[in-house]
Design a protein around this ligand. Sequence first.
Ligand code: ADP
Length: 161
Amino acid sequence: MKQAVYPGSFDPVTYGHLDIITRASALFDGLIVAVANNPLKTPTFSLEDRKKYLEEVTKDMPNVQVMAFSSLLVDFLKEINVNIVVRGLRAVTDFEMEFQMALVNKNLLERMETVFLVTRTEYSFLSSSIIKEVAAFGGEVSDFVPPIVEEGLMRKFRQRT
Ligand code: ADP
């Protein structure tokens, strides 16, 4: 069985992420969406919320599983015995960082392969941070994120306006 891991912060999940999840789940027998619990980053949404939103939006995808990880990605891969990592590419600006990360990870774990899926043009401008900025200023985000995430964003930013 060919399994892959799609790691990220998913703070929060957007339709751009969901598109990558849908396409990757069709390429592999199983896809693990791995939510990073990174002590160097202060996320807007808690790990529990980020995981809950992903579980909700992937609930009709039987070969997709959501997990959280707090270790180095390569250690997580060893732990679950998976060698393939999926990442999304939006623009050349993503490339340098993704390239560096893929090379470092390959150095740390030789059997690991990174597979890049190119974004759909309609999602190429979408990032979790831009969505949060729009939501924080009271903008409409329903075209960019699933309803459960939109509700979460409204709850999060309502207190601040
Ligand atoms: P990280 O903090 O690890 O970059 P993100 O949640 O921001 O986590 O992104 C996870 C992955 O999803 C990255 O590979 C990123 O390039 C990709 N991604 C994010 N938004 C989009 C999008 N709109 N289209 C395609 N890929 C995307």
